[in-house]
Design a protein around this ligand. Structure first.
Ligand SMILES: [Zn+2]
Ligand SMILES: [Zn+2]
Length: 302
């Protein structure tokens, strides 16, 4: 499980920072969180394969988060993509994508788009498989904007020490049933799942980009192994941050602290900050855990 950060700037791309995007990879699937202008080139430079993207999560429809979407969708078609692509985003996302496709009507997609529009205000699970679930929370921004969390499900692992102590083979077809929590009989010996397995807690990743300070985010990011949060401004310009629906470093750090996250990554910096040193110091004064200031092409293992 890893996150490749592809863009860390806010409204404007800079010499060193592209607009927002993050590529999260889990078990052979890739999820793209936002798609700022130039994202498909960032994916290429990062040596990732855009065809592996199965889901795109759009936070909101401010240009710096979505201007790269038309190009990415068209490139996927030019490369003869056949796998359906799911897109999650605020209410109205389907209409906007239809308008984009109408503007480029000579470009036909070779694959099916599955649009999932979000209108929930409170934290809600929007996608669930047997391996993971994805939650969304409406954030505090001038237009509808969502934060997301990915939660890997807790899995049962076989306790090989226990099997060895009972003289039971550690390779057997029935062990799969044991991993599903069912008791089994192997070589005439009854084995209880509760004795021969242990729980491996799943990992959690949360991301909130473009929001003012908003306490329900604590629940979205609760105990996350990785929390990527916007910190557009220094604490010195707190009032203008709030007016634009953004956070300061200290506010983002406070959320990380309250949610007890293991690793806090700050991103979406205003172009006025050539260096993030001062921003980092401010955040450090509040959040005492592992803190990273995001850079384009940074890879974070979870
Ligand atoms: Zn933004
Ligand atoms: Zn915005």
């Amino acid at each position: 499980m890893k996150l490749k950060i592809l863009g860390t700037s806010s409204a404007f791309p800079t010499k060193d920072r592209n607009q927002t995007a993050g590529l999260f990879t889990y078990s052979g699937e890739s999820f793209l969180f936002d798609c700022g202008e130039g994202t498909q080139r960032q994916i290429r430079i990062a040596r990732e394969n855009p065809q592996k993207i199965t889901k795109i999560f759009i936070s909101h429809w401010h240009g710096d988060h979505v201007l790269g979407l038309p190009g990415l969708l068209m490139s996927m078609a030019m490369n003869q993509r056949k796998t359906p692509l799911e897109i999650y985003g605020p209410k109205g996302t389907g209409k906007k994508i239809a308008a984009i496709m109408k503007a480029y009507e000579h470009e036909k997609l070779s694959y099916r788009l599955i649009i999932n529009e979000l209108s929930n205000i409170k934290l809600k699970t929007i996608c669930e498989t047997d391996k993971y679930k994805i939650n969304a929370l409406k954030l505090k921004h001038p237009i509808p904007c969502f934060g997301y969390s990915f939660e890997e499900k807790t899995r049962l692992r076989i306790d090989t020490n226990y099997l060895n102590s009972k003289g039971i083979p550690t390779q057997h077809i029935a062990l799969k049933r044991l991993q599903r929590g069912k008791d089994v009989v192997i070589e005439g010996k009854k084995i209880k799942a509760k004795d021969a397995t242990y729980a491996r807690h799943g990992k959690k990743f949360a991301i909130t980009i473009d929001t003012a300070y908003y306490t329900p985010i604590v629940e979205l990011a609760k105990d996350a192994d990785l929390f990527v949060c916007e910190a557009t401004f220094s604490n010195k310009v707190k009032s203008s941050a709030e007016k634009g629906g953004h956070m300061t470093t200290k506010e983002a750090a406070r959320l990380g602290k309250q949610a007890k996250v293991k690793h806090l990554v700050l991103t979406h910096f205003s172009q006025r900050y050539r260096s993030t040193k001062e921003l980092q110091q401010e955040a450090k004064s509040v959040f005492k855990g592992k803190l990273t200031m995001a850079k384009d092409f940074m890879e974070i293992k979870i």
